[in-house]
Design a protein around this ligand. Sequence first.
Ligand code: D5M
Ligand code: FE
Ligand code: ZN
Length: 628
Amino acid sequence: MSTYATKSDVSKKLGGNSLIILPDAAESVLEAEPPAEDIIEEIITTCDSGDTVDETTVKNAIAAVGQENTVDNTRAPEHQETKESDNKTDSADADIDDEEQSEESEEITEDDVNRNIDDQNENSDGSSEESLDNSVDNSTAMTRAAQEQTAETVTEGDSIDPKAALQELQQTVDDTKDASQVINRKETLDDRYPAWCNIMFNRDLPDVEPRTGVAESYEIKGDVTGESRGTGDFEDYKSLFADRHERFMGMLNNRAGTTYHVSDINRRRHAGENLTITGLVWDTFTSNNGNYFIELEDANTNETMRVVFTDDDMKDVFEEVVPDEAVAVRGTLSDNGEIIFGDDEVRRGRPPIMFPDTPRNKNRDRRPDQPVEAAFISDIHVGADEFYPDLWTEFVDWVRTTPTVEYVFIAGDAVEGIGVYPDQDEELTVLDIHDQYAMAGRMLEQLPDDVQIFLSVGNHDRVRLAEPQPTLDEEFARHFPDNTEFVGNPVTVNVDGINILMYHGMSINALAEVVPGVNVDPPTETMELMLRKRHLAPVYGKNVRLAPEEKDYLVIDEVPDVLHCGHVHKYASDDYNGVKMVNTATWQGQTSFQKSKGIVPDVGYWSSIDLSTMEVKDMSVDEPPEFE
Ligand code: D5M
Ligand code: FE
Ligand code: ZN
């Protein structure tokens, strides 16, 4: 008797119940011969009875399947047909399935599945491949090796496209997840992570002070979520830079008066003329005899033009210039029209290099007329061994008892994630990504229902790493309370007239590395640079990846009232031309990686800004831990 089943059987057996087994493992599981089948049956029975299965059992089962499972070529075509038709009666495992199905309340129809698969195929988000790859990563690090093994085994059976099978199974499993399962997962957290749950959830919460109710409305802007069109083609990068070029040239024209694009310069006609040229920086270099060169490009025509400075006073501003950012440069075009000399400007005491810059912010007339506080946090890193549940409760209690707090902004890395860096699993208390989000969701449920939460993402979240990042998929978002608004990274949220620009901050490290005299600590130094360059990731490569999109979501178009970042786990607040900058540190202690890099985190800090006065309050728990 063959032992494989249709995908709905898989989901009924596994997706609908299992907290740990993953769809790709499930595929192999159902195709395995005993004894792996027996082990799996046992797991399923345990799941059905409402108990959770311990990870070792699952690990052993998957490993067993990995070793024993070989896909029989003669069966493979039939298997595919079955998948395509999703015909439940095709199941050869009918005697077991009938029993299982009669107990199952949720039925997935063929149409449901097909529609969902179609949706996913059409998903122009450009991240469907990505999220599929991510879903493979959803495993605990422990089971990954076993999965790779099983994936290989499936590949050997040719005829079956493991990726397509995975995709279908993922979809089916997702479809079967309903609210009751979310509740179920949250409830079982107490069993699995009793220490944290006791501290955070089994305690007397202070009563919620009724909100003052001044908050009126919010609007989300500049979020790539659902808008992603990039396919990763070279053409997409071209359009990204063309868009960047266009938008910056507008900004620079406003700032520098009449300007020429590189391609506008008629080398013969303008020879000897004093002029201002705008472009994207193609390259910068210092020549052997110490002259500073900037090569500007017109992103539409790819024409370039060089500007040279010989004055040593130019060193500081020259070193601030980074490739691919937009600048305006003033100088004199050489007689042969080949190069621009910036020295005349320096002699006249004028700055020859101009960044788009952030003009003085005049938000006065848009402020609410009564106190409304927005709280800012980031980098909770739930799931990591070093997360501080006891400190977190101090934040929760502060929000509950401060009636003017109407908004909570979370700038990414809410969870520690899984597989973010090598051997990360050795420092994880919660090895399951769904559990991590379930825990985070349950933590946010303790905030008052009528406080509006804006949850963004960072490099530890289960979304694509390239920026701009779309927000969490529903399979993770479903763990959070209804008062959560899921936003991408970066995003602008306008609350009661005040523009909050939230960006996780992955470019901070790169900026501090590339621009001399600009530091990670305090991170507001690099954030100021973002505002001067009007771009959130002016330096990329290193750890910053840019997704090719039609437009550049990282350009700072509108001058924000608040720039909120995280990522570097250092607390700082400052003001640049009336823009409030906050970097809200973390809730995770020092990891071994951070210790090895000399990173000393600030733990248990947050900002609160009264939107009626724009006064920034630097907040912290009573006794923040200290590291060295
Ligand atoms: O970032 C936590 C801290 O670690 C923050 O200070 C940035 C730093 N970090 C993260 N990744 C790297 C790499 N690859 N090199 C150097 N420093 C890094 P988090 O995003 O929470 O892991
Ligand atoms: Fe972080
Ligand atoms: Zn981060």
